[in-house]
Design a protein around this ligand. Structure first.
Ligand code: SF4
Length: 396
C-alpha cells in the first residue's frame, strides 16, 4: 500500500466509524457556531464529562453572543467557577464583544476574522471553521497529533512548531471533499475514545489494519513529546479572617486585580513568600508564619491577628504550584491594634489605601467583602479557595 492509499483508507474508515460511534454531545446537536465556539474553549485542557454540565448551564444563561457580550464579568466568571483557566472565560467575553461590535453579533467564518478573536488560537480557529462551517481547515490538538503520529509513524517531537505544521498539512490532505466538519470531529473522537494516550484500544480501532505504529509495535511509544517543565512551586500563607459583631459567622474575601493570574476572581487574603525563602517558610513554626502574615497584610492595609492554623491546601495551575498554609485570623484596627469595629470593617476605605511601596490602588482594583455561606453564590472563587471556604463553613 502506498502513501496515498494509506491516507484514503484512513479517511474512509475513520468517517465510517465516526458515523456509527460518535457520542451524543450537547454541542453536536446543532451547527450553531456560538455553541461550538463555547464548547471548544471549555474543552481546552478539560475532559468532556466535566465540560457537559458547564456547557449546558453556560448556554442557558448566555444563549447568544449578545447576551454574553452584555453580561457583567462577575456573572461570566461565576458560571465558569470550578472549570479553571479563568482567562478563557474573560477572553471569551472579550471576543463576544468583538463579534457584537465588528460583525453584528454573527460569528464570522473567515480565517483572519476568527483568528482575530481574543483567545482563539490556530487549533480553536480551525475547529470553529471546520465544525461549524464545514470549511476545510486543520484543527490539530494533542489528541489529533497522537493519532497521526501513530498511524503515519511520525517520529518527530510534537512539542515542536514544525511538527504541528507538518500535521496541519497532513490533515488538509486527509479531509475528504465536503466532509471537513465530520472528519475533524472523527479524528478527535478516535483520539479520545480509541487511540488513547495509554493502552490504545488497537483491536477495536477502525484503522488498525494499516496503522504503521501498530504494525511496528510502537503504538505505546508514540507520540514523541519532550517533557514540559514541572510547575514552579510558590508558597503562600493565607488569612481566614473571621468577622465579629454583626459580621459574626462571616469571612473576609478580597477581589483580585483585573489583570494577571485569576484576574477579577475572589479569594482569601494571602501573602506570597519569595521562592528562595519558600522552603524555609513551609517548615516555619506556626508562630513565625502567623507573624509574617500579620506583618505583610498590615503593610497592605489589612489589619489582622492570626490566632491559629486551620488547614493546608495545594493547587496546581499550568505553570505554578501553590502550597498554602491557612490561618484563622481576627480583624484588628491597624492604628490602635484594637479589634476593628464591625461597622468600620464594612466601610473600610480601600480607595486611598497605600499598598506595597507607596503604590495607591484604586477602589475598583481592590475590593473586600464580608461573606456568609449563602453569599458564596454571588462571587466567583478559584477552586482552592472554594475548598477552603467550604471546609471552613461546614466546620461551623
Ligand atoms: S491501531 Fe492503535 S495506535 Fe493505531 S491508530 Fe488505532 S488505536 Fe491508534
Amino acid at each position: 500500500m502506498n502513501n496515498i492509499e494509506q491516507q484514503r483508507f484512513f479517511s474512509r474508515e475513520l468517517l465510517d466509524w465516526y458515523g456509527r460511534n460518535k457520542r451524543d454531545l450537547p454541542w453536536r446537536r446543532h451547527r450553531n457556531p456560538y455553541y461550538i465556539w463555547i464548547s471548544e474553549i471549555m474543552l481546552q485542557q478539560t475532559r468532556v464529562d466535566t465540560v457537559i454540565p458547564y456547557f449546558n448551564r453556560f448556554i442557558e444563561k448566555f444563549p447568544t453572543v449578545e447576551s454574553l457580550a452584555d453580561a457583567p464579568e462577575d456573572e461570566v466568571l461565576k458560571c465558569w467557577e470550578g472549570l479553571g483557566y479563568y482567562s478563557r472565560a474573560r477572553n471569551l467575553q472579550h471576543a463576544a464583544r468583538q463579534v457584537k461590535e465588528l460583525y453584528g453579533g454573527v460569528m464570522p467564518s473567515g480565517k483572519e476574522e476568527v483568528f482575530g478573536l481574543k483567545g482563539v488560537g490556530p487549533y480553536t480557529a480551525g475547529a470553529i471553521r471546520s465544525i461549524a462551517f464545514n470549511i476545510p481547515a486543520p484543527a490539530v490538538d494533542g489528541n489529533v497529533m497522537r493519532v497521526l503520529s501513530r498511524y503515519f509513524l511520525i517520529e518527530e517531537d510534537i512539542m515542536k512548531g514544525s511538527t504541528r505544521s507538518h500535521m496541519e498539512e497532513l490533515v488538509m490532505q486527509l479531509i475528504p471533499e465536503g466532509r471537513a466538519s465530520d472528519f475533524n470531529q472523527a479524528l478527535m473522537e478516535l483520539g479520545a475514545l480509541v487511540c488513547t494516550p495509554k493502552s490504545p484500544k488497537c483491536l477495536t480501532c477502525p484503522v488498525m489494519e494499516h496503522c504503521a505504529a501498530r504494525l511496528e509495535g510502537k503504538e505505546e511509544s508514540l507520540p514523541i513529546k519532550t517533557k514540559a517543565k514541572p510547575p514552579r512551586p510558590e508558597y503562600r500563607v493565607t488569612a481566614l479572617v473571621e468577622g465579629t459583631g454583626e459580621y459574626t459567622g462571616k469571612v473576609l474575601i478580597r477581589k483580585r486585580p483585573s489583570t494577571g493570574l485569576l484576574a477579577s476572581m475572589w479569594e482569601l487574603p494571602h501573602i506570597s513568600v519569595a521562592q528562595d525563602g519558600g522552603a524555609a517558610v513551609v517548615s516555619l513554626p506556626d508562630e513565625a508564619a502567623m507573624d509574617k502574615l500579620a506583618g505583610d497584610l498590615k503593610e497592605e492595609g489589612i489589619p489582622i491577628q492570626p490566632v491559629g492554623h486551620f488547614m493546608n491546601a495545594e493547587h496546581t495551575f499550568s505553570h505554578i504550584h501553590w502550597n498554602m498554609r491557612v490561618f484563622k485570623c481576627e480583624w484588628r484596627d491597624a492604628a490602635s491594634n484594637n479589634l476593628y469595629a464591625a461597622e468600620s470593617a464594612a466601610a473600610y476605605d480601600v480607595s486611598s489605601r497605600v499598598v506595597g511601596a507607596g503604590e495607591v490602588k484604586s477602589a475598583s482594583d481592590v475590593q473586600f467583602r464580608w461573606i456568609s455561606p449563602e453569599d458564596m453564590e454571588l462571587y466567583a472563587f478559584p477552586n482552592v479557595f472554594l475548598r477552603i471556604l467550604n471546609q471552613y463553613f461546614s466546620s461551623k
